[in-house]
Design a protein. Structure first.
Length: 524
């Protein structure tokens, strides 16, 4: 018989191996559309020793002001690439969320979930959470916000639990580093300001504090917290862009067109449905409501307010689901799990533990067998990206100077493999104002049947690189039966126009991409 501690250690080791295997298989399973431009921007920073200020990759916005709100992360990505290629880059982005889960669990085990049966429920919920988060993991800079949000929430929870404001000093370097790494720092700024406002509110409404059994900070501690938060927020102005960073990011709030037209920004309830995220959210809501009703104890108001905010964010965009996961794991789930195990709402079954471990082991082995390490992502995913078309265009320099219209999803890849070729659009600036609306809206004008010819002529576009064929959307049975969603039957209007137009000639095509050139240019 194994010692219980050894058995527990082996169990959690297997659990983290499972997480690592799932994240690794996901990481090498696709190429993030934006990786190419992250790499090239990082390269330009390393070579020029300065951050970029002008937009140089899109001819539509050439030399207009641009703020790289991920400049340090881009530089880090390029530095890792220089040292160890894509394998080292991928390793970093595999370890980042994995380390986040380890730190998170260590904190919860130390302060909340000290019984093995409590940790069993946590592991089960984290498996569900991982499934919903996987599309947002991989070689993706938003993992940085995932990791730093864990650190942020731990600092805040520790400060409130211990009534120790000195711990909040860590917010200053955290927020400064976050500001240089990823635009998600705005979420961190909003959270710490909201935390300060909440402490002031609860201090002045004693009845509210008593009703929710909230700990109230002393006035001196609130004053200290005010100055810490002030310094932390001011530290975000010490980056190379200063106030320009805020003015640039404010553009995302002025025009929300991209949130309904880019799949990653859409709600989990829009078609196609994100069942994993919806299921996790329902489980957490039912769990909290059930345990709160059964135990008749109030959830602390701070945790309730933060949970509602995170739930609203996750409901508005699938991109925010990982933030909801972190908040629920730190602020909601520990209390609910303790009530489950204490009140025996659900009996803890050892057989279920064995079943879960067996399933994790099988999934880990299956996922590990699927992992195919990649050294050159720009060649490994040619079934999704236009490798052949790019090589054709490079081999035919007569097309090199032509104004090109390109597929939005290929912009980052094209910057990675052909940075000298100016594009119509890439994935960095969907909200950027162009022709009195966002550039993404202007891009979509090219697919309106009655506008295609005018759009091509208006911008003097003579070269088009696009997908050879669009995959028609096929709704699943639930989407068809319940939501009456019909399979897509319409073809791409732009490709139909080019195929039938007397002004355009196809000069290249394969299973992935097609290249059209205007005939009067072709014949010169």
């Amino acid at each position: 018989m194994l010692n219980p501690r050894i058995k527990q250690y082996l169990g959690w080791t297997l659990f983290y191996i499972f997480l690592a295997t799932m994240i690794t298989a996901n990481c090498f399973g696709y190429l993030d559309p934006d990786f190419g431009w992250h790499l090239r921007v990082g390269e330009s920073i390393a070579l020029s020793k300065t951050v970029p200020h002008d937009q140089i990759y899109m001819w539509t916005l050439l030399n207009q002001q641009w703020v790289d709100h991920e400049w340090l992360a881009n530089l880090l990505t390029y530095s890792l690439w220089q040292v160890g290629g894509y394998l080292l880059v991928a390793t970093f982005f595999i370890l980042l969320p994995l380390l986040g889960f380890i730190i998170l669990n260590k904190y919860l085990f130390t302060n909340y979930l000290k019984e093995q049966k409590e940790r069993f429920y946590l592991a089960a919920l984290e498996v569900l959470a991982l499934l919903g988060c996987l599309p947002h993991f991989g070689v993706r800079l938003q993992e940085i916000t995932f990791f730093l949000t864990i650190i942020l929430f731990i600092i805040i929870d520790a400060c409130r639990r211990q009534q120790n404001i000195k711990l909040a000093l860590w917010l200053i370097p955290l927020l400064f580093l976050w500001t240089c790494l990823h635009g998600g720092f705005l979420f961190g700024v909003a959270i710490i300001i909201g935390w300060l406002a909440y402490e002031i509110l609860i201090k002045n409404f004693s009845k509210l504090a008593n009703y929710y059994q909230e700990k109230v900070l002393a006035t001196k501690k609130i004053i200290v917290l005010f100055f810490i938060v002030l310094v932390a927020v001011l530290s975000t102005l010490l980056t190379p862009y200063g106030l320009k960073l805020y003015s640039f990011l404010s553009d995302y709030g002025k025009n929300n067109y991209y949130m309904s037209h880019i799949e990653e920004w859409r709600t989990p309830y829009s078609i196609p449905l994100r069942y994993d995220q919806i299921f996790y959210t329902i489980i957490i809501i039912v769990l909290i409501i059930g345990t709160e009703t059964y135990s008749r104890k109030k959830l602390p108001l701070w945790k309730l307010c933060l949970a509602v905010i995170l739930l609203i964010l996750a409901s508005r965009s699938v991109r925010h689901f990982p933030l909801w996961v972190i908040g629920s794991l730190i602020f909601l789930i520990p209390g609910a799990i303790k009530k489950i195990t204490e009140d025996s709402i659900f009996p803890h079954a050892k057989k279920l533990n064995v079943v879960l471990i067996s399933c994790l082991l099988l999934i880990t082995i299956f996922s590990a067998l699927k992992i195919k390490p990649i050294s050159n992502p720009f060649k490994a995913f040619c079934s999704f990206y236009p490798c052949g078309a790019v090589q054709f265009l490079k081999d035919n320099p007569q097309y090199g100077d032509l104004k090109m219209f390109n597929d939005y999803g290929w912009g980052g890849f094209l910057i990675g493999v052909w940075p000298e070729k100016k594009l119509f659009v890439d994935g960095r600036l969907p909200q950027y104002t162009f022709n009195n609306h966002s550039i993404l809206e202007e891009y979509n004008e090219f697919f309106a049947k009655d506008k295609i010819a005018d759009e091509l002529n208006k911008y003097n576009i003579n070269l088009i690189l696009f997908k050879a064929q669009e995959k028609p959307f096929q709704p699943d049975k639930i989407e068809q039966l319940i939501f009456d969603v019909k399979p897509a039957t319409e073809k791409n209007p732009l490709l139909e126009y080019l195929a039938t137009s007397a002004d355009w000639q196809k000069v290249y095509n394969d299973n992935v991409s097609v290249v059209y050139v205007r005939k009067n240019i072709q014949n010169k």
